[in-house]
Design a protein around this ligand. Structure first.
Ligand code: CA
Length: 440
């Protein structure tokens, strides 16, 4: 390029020279004098030339200096600048190429494992990538949700396990205490038979024995139905209970009694928790105490009922356990036997087994639209709502309206329609428990 430019420049100079030569020829005659001084160009024949014939002529040019316009002086500068610009362009071009190469390298799937689309498809590719990311985020958030649910389930399991372990430990301690009691009793027996001071020892009150329930009092010979102090769980304080020492051999710890309506059974959660009433008349022993009694030993449940016609029937369940307050005093009952009918397992839809305790102020029932305890005026292991309710209101005769009296759904004729819509009630009700393996 450089050479070509110089050639161009030279051509231009020669052309200018040619123009000047022509111009000089045209003005020779007019400006002869001037021409002689300013531009001594001579035209002369070469050698001798005869007249009438064509003679050769020659032009002699003196050394020529052409005054070019000032701008021409900058041509070289311009060429230099052009040259510089060209170099700059070349270097920019090169660095651009390097840059592109680098960009290509970074898109190389072999380097980062990601296949990027060509620049032409970038818009669409970006959209796709955004969609991909969006679906990934959605997936992650749903995973997170699942994980949270799993954690909740596991937490529930953990709580259950803790509870089971606690119960196991408590049972273990209880059994150890029972063994120790047995050893102490036998030692006491040995001592009293060998010691000379027999009378003194025998007269000493036996305070170290733990009576867990009424069957223990029966075992040591107590035969009168009375209140006794029991300690079903050595870690908890002892309390009074009423013992039935007559029914079916005796040894029963009574947890509920209805006789005459002297005690109101429409009570709060707290009342049912600690118990209320008079142990010798009408009462609810208390859910905490019932829990302690039923967790210490395998218990059976007996329910005795008597209507106003003097009919007495009973129901027996070969297992009875009431969970702690944390588990809302959930009821666990075994198989039925007896004469009053299995009202606690009345049907698939009315089943009190495995139900939580509900009171008018604490709704744990399976009736979604309301509180069965409030509607039926009692605390009970309501389903949705009931086929039995031994804590209902005490009616001294037949009653009308809501069936909120003492109720046992399998009682003969109890659900039959009576004239005037009257409902029958019970004169007496009693609930009591005894260790399953107790032999009176
Ligand atoms: Ca409810």
């Amino acid at each position: 390029m450089k050479l070509a430019n110089w050639w161009g420049l030279s051509s231009a100079v020669l052309a200018a020279y040619g123009v000047l030569v022509v111009a000089n020829n045209e003005t020779e005659e007019v400006k002869d004098e001037m021409a002689k001084d300013a531009c001594p160009v001579r035209l002369e024949s070469r050698g001798k030339c005869e007249e009438g014939s064509e003679c050769p002529y020659q032009v002699s040019l003196p050394p020529l200096t052409i005054q070019l316009p000032k701008q021409f002086g900058r041509i070289e500068e311009v060429f230099k600048e052009v040259q510089n610009l060209k170099e700059m362009v070349n270097s920019l071009k090169k660095s651009c190429q390097d840059c592109k190469l680098q960009a290509d390298d970074s898109r190389d799937p072999g380097r980062n494992g990601r296949l990027l689309p060509s620049p032409g498809a970038l818009g669409e590719a970006d959209d796709n990538r955004v969609r991909e990311l969006e679906s990934e985020v959605n997936k992650l958030s749903s995973d997170l949700k699942n994980a949270k649910e799993e954690i909740d389930v596991l937490q529930g399991r953990l709580e259950k396990l803790n509870l089971v372990n606690m119960n196991n430990i408590e049972n273990y301690v209880d059994s150890k205490v029972a063994n120790l009691t047995f050893v102490v009793n036998s030692l006491d027996g040995k001592c009293s038979s060998k010691c000379p001071n027999q009378e003194e020892i025998q007269s000493r009150p036996v305070q170290h024995l733990i009576y867990k329930d009424c069957s223990d009092y029966y075992t040591i010979g107590k035969r009168s139905s009375e209140t006794y102090r029991v300690t079903p769980d050595p870690k908890n304080s002892s309390f009074e209970v009423y013992c039935d020492m007559e029914t079916m051999g005796g040894g029963w710890t009574v947890l509920q009694a209805r006789l005459d309506g002297s005690t109101n059974f429409t009570r709060t959660w707290q009342d049912y928790k600690v118990g209320f009433g008079n142990l010798r008349r009408e009462f609810w022993l208390g859910n905490d105490k019932i829990h302690l009694l039923t967790k210490s030993k395998e218990m059976i449940l007996r329910i005795d009922l008597e209507d106003f016609n003097g009919v007495k029937l009973y129901a027996l369940y070969d297992q009875f356990y009431v969970a702690n307050e944390f588990l809302k005093y959930r009821l666990h009952i075994g198989n039925y036997n007896g004469t009053a009918g299995d009202a606690l397992h009345f049907s698939k839809h009315y089943n009190h087994d495995l139900k939580y305790f509900t009171t008018p102020d604490r709704d744990n029932d399976r009736y979604p639209s309301g509180n069965c305890g409030l509607y039926y005026s009692s605390g009970w292991w309501f389903d949705a709502c009931l086929s039995a309710n031994l804590n209902g209101k005490y009616y001294h005769q037949k009653y009308r309206g809501v069936r909120n009296g003492i109720f046992w759904g399998t009682w003969p004729g109890i659900t039959e329609a009576h004239p005037g819509g009257y409902k029958s009630s019970f004169k007496e009700a009693k609930m009591m428990m005894r260790p399953k393996h107790f032999k009176p």
